[in-house]
Design a protein around this ligand. Structure first.
Ligand code: MG
Length: 203
């Protein structure tokens, strides 16, 4: 499986990092070794001193497809959750400055903790989903899928023109404003609507 991540999908987040608001979805990938399953501890990597959290809604691809039209995109995901796109911001800033790829900043082991998946049918409107991140009991990020620049269906249509989607692939759909640094000892809790779907400690 692979993990596809959308960058700059919320205007207020693009602005907080001084990035332009994109006209097309921006995506990058993390390998399967980036996945951190629920209930596993996360260890602060030794190669960064500025590890940032980015809370995101995550889709699980449920059938194979390529060049999927937006109209049929909903048939390609059935379960959703929340996750963290961990980013070594210091390394990413260096990559950006030098025009280099982002892998060392984004694709490292355990950089993609994901929560328990729930069936999308339990939500009335996927285009108005609340999600959020608490660290040490304090709200750090609150988002709503209605603020995405590119919708879930839009993302699936766009990405699948370039990359075949396979059953089991994950799609991180972008983070709202409020990203920031984390430290050893932090307790992460992620929510989709009222439900807590992921929690872990940084060790
Ligand atoms: Mg992200």
């Amino acid at each position: 499986m692979k993990i596809i991540c959308i960058g700059r999908n919320y205007i207020d987040h693009a602005k907080e990092l001084n990035n332009p608001v994109p006209e097309k979805p921006v995506f990058f990938m993390k390998p399967s070794t980036a996945l951190l399953m629920p209930h596993n501890p996360f260890y602060y990597p030794d190669f960064t001193s500025e590890l940032h959290y980015e809370a995101e809604i995550v889709l699980k691809v449920c059938r194979n497809g390529r060049s999927i039209s937006q109209k049929f995109a909903p048939d390609y995901y059935q379960e959703i959750t929340v996750g963290i796109d961990f980013t070594a911001r210091d390394l990413q800033d260096e990559c950006k400055k030098n025009g280099l790829p982002w892998e060392i900043a984004k694709a490292f082991d355990a950089s993609a903790p994901v929560g328990r998946f729930v069936d999308k049918s339990r939500f009335d409107d996927l285009s108005r989903l609340n999600f959020g991140l608490k660290i040490n009991d304090e709200w750090k990020q609150k988002g709503n899928s209605s603020d995405m620049i590119f919708s879930f269906d839009n993302i699936i249509a766009y990405v699948s023109r370039f990359v075949t989607l396979r059953q089991g692939d994950l799609i991180f759909t972008g983070t709202p404003a409020g990203v920031g640094p984390t430290k050893i000892g932090d307790h992460f809790e992620l929510f989709l609507e009222e439900e807590k779907l992921l929690s872990f400690y940084v060790k």
